[in-house]
Design a protein around this ligand. Sequence first.
Ligand code: FCB
Length: 474
Amino acid sequence: MDTATGAPTGTPPGTPTETPAASPAQEERQKEPLRFPAGFVWGAATAAFQIEGAAELRGPSIWDTFCRTPGKVHGGDTGDVAVDHHRLWRDDVALMDRLGLGAYRFSVSWPRVLAGGIGFYDALVDELLAHGIQPCLTLYHWDLPQELEDAGGWPERETAHAFAAYAETVAGALGDRVQLWTTLNEPWCSAFLGYASGVHAPGRTSPADSLRAAHHLNLAHGLAAAALPSSARVGIALNPSAVRPLTGSAEDLDAQRRIDALANRIFTGPLLHGAYPEDLKADTARLTDWSFVRPGDEALIHQPLGFLGVNYYTPAVVSAAPDGGGPRSDGHGATAYSPWPGAQDVAFHQPPGELTDMNWSIDPTGLYDLLMRFAREVPGLPLMVTENGAAYAPDLHDPQRIRYLEEHLTAVHRAVTDGAPVEAYYLWSLLDNFEWSYGYSKRFGIVHVDYATQARTPRASAHWYARLARTGTL
Ligand code: FCB
């Protein structure tokens, strides 16, 4: 155990292999190479709380508080040290350069900016640019300053205005060099895991408040997008759900419709079309009259988008459950409280397919379906895969991860071939890191981190990805 992070330590078994000649999926395809378009961007993603550490140089966020709430985070792990990126950032950028990455998606810590720490990101951006790596900056990856949660958090409208002011500060410092901005990362998780099921910070369990939170997150996006410089390409990273009905029955199709509204259209409605879906409002009428949506809000959320970011890991399978569903899996950890407000009579089922170390089933067609859906829904809107990847054992030899990546990139390639304007792929994640309520027990990195020494060692998947980034050919 590392005393600072509480994370397991030790050199992992297995040694990195040379870049494998061909992974199993490639062999199945009989080695027919898939060429991505020239200019396709190969990146990797991280988030501030998950990697930075240096908690003493900023105020607390809701995740600091949550980590210190007994029983909320595996092993009582914290983000105090994480993978010490706040100290090792130069080495990490050099590592990205060695892997040949064209872009790096990172997030800025709002509490660090409030504490006057924006200089860290200023230097990071310069270093990335000096290495020819394009910065893709996320303003909010879940680390709400605790003082704003104390004032009511995302269910309060004022939080959206505070976010816009913060966005302006960051844009003032970095807007001359950063072109790619994502306002929010996965607002579904912030709203519904944070305020309905309570498995994420701040751990509240109010279905009505979670809907208010979703709206104020949308509003925060709109206000921030309007505040960013006109030179910025502004996007948002959603985690849209590839939600499928268990059967073709009318009841199961209706369950699919309802979860699609709560997972997807609650965001894409106002973002892409300037209005919340009527069926969503009807489905949740028992919980709220939606009067927190003020005249003009939906138009404000409907800002011009430079791109839509899609984070994808696993699909969802739902059915009607008139008896209330009983014990069920919701795909986001067993919870006593549902993250789906007003949908008690929908049951979630384990989708078919092999499982990763998160017990998430592997199904790349979900990614294909989502990319094609958005390509059809808003023709011409550039798309980026802003996260995709898999957790496996600590080993440096990680053929399952390579296979996962290869299968998902094959799906991305198919979407591109079928006309989806996908520009970039950001692998989650560059480094092993703090995986939210799972603490350090789940490893998503293509680079292994020894939590005792903070040594970084590229896994076989990192060598594989470097080759892909170099050749653009899968
Ligand atoms: C996403 C999060 C990211 C990481 C991956 C595994 O939901 O955006 O921070 O935890 O899941």
